[in-house]
Design a protein around this ligand. Structure first.
Ligand SMILES: [Zn+2]
Length: 258
């Protein structure tokens, strides 16, 4: 682990103070929280699941429906990476803050379930989840783990145990709406929080990138931890241009032990 620079150390202390003083802190996480676990940032690597400026035909609902083999060929290495990934120190730090009552919820752009696997309980998944699969024919939903394990191993498409139709991962593809319930919950959290912590997100994918603005408009404080600048850095109380896997554990230590 790198030792933080004196300037970063000051920012870490300031961030910890804001977290301790907050009554309703909400975290917004993006790809940067999962890259230390070996999951690539789909946007910046140019293979984007949800990239707007570089739409990827294969990650679309229409490809899933019309050419499922092509979809699943593309999806297999991605599924393997997520299946094999383990939570890192950033996930663990956020789970501890929630456990100790400092964080009320985590809004995430990630689909890899690493927050839940590290112990976080209130996770709002804006781009869907790898946790479950749903039948495209009868809408029967199954827990993904056993199906993904078999699919990763054999390459055979996962099929519904009831009607044998292909199962779709419950991730949001191009051509799909954001999950409405998650979106409403996230907006409610953004509007009622007194502190928002953005971690590992460059705030480039709308509408999720607009949530911190909703928090700011209602007077919330804002902490941004991301290794590249975001459009809201100028309005944040604290900006830490560093790796979340180094910074979040340091902040958490400071919050919990002073
Ligand atoms: Zn079915």
């Amino acid at each position: 682990m790198n030792t933080p620079s004196p300037q970063t150390q000051t920012s870490i202390e300031f961030a910890a103070d804001l977290i301790r003083q907050s009554k309703h802190a909400v975290v917004l996480t993006g790809a940067g929280v999962s890259t230390p676990s070996g999951i690539p940032d789909f946007r910046s690597s140019g293979t984007g699941l949800w990239s707007r400026d570089e739409p990827l035909e294969v990650a679309s609902l229409s490809t899933f429906r019309t050419k499922p083999d092509q979809f699943f060929d593309w999806f297999r290495p991605l599924a393997r990476q997520m299946f094999e990934a383990r939570p890192n120190t950033a996930h663990t730090a956020l789970a501890r803050l929630e456990e100790q009552g400092y964080v009320k919820s985590i809004i995430t752009q990630n689909i890899d379930t690493l927050h839940q696997r590290s112990g976080s309980r209130t996770v709002i998944e804006m781009h869907g989840t790898m946790q479950t699969l749903t039948c495209t024919q009868c809408y029967h939903q199954v827990q993904a783990e056993a199906y993904i394990a078999k699919f990763v191993e054999t390459g055979e498409k996962p099929r519904c145990p009831k009607c044998v139709q292909v199962l779709k991962p419950d991730v949001i593809l191009f051509g799909e709406q954001l999950p409405q319930a998650a979106w409403y919950t996230a907006q409610r959290q953004a509007r009622s929080c007194d502190l928002m912590i953005v971690a590992g997100s460059s705030l480039e994918v709308l509408p999720v990138a607009g949530l911190p603005m909703q928090a700011l408009d209602r007077g919330a404080h804002l902490i941004i931890i991301n290794n590249t600048p975001t459009y809201l850095n100028v309005r944040a109380d604290v900006v830490i241009l560093e790796d979340v896997a180094m910074t979040l554990p340091a902040i958490t230590e400071r919050v919990l032990y002073g």
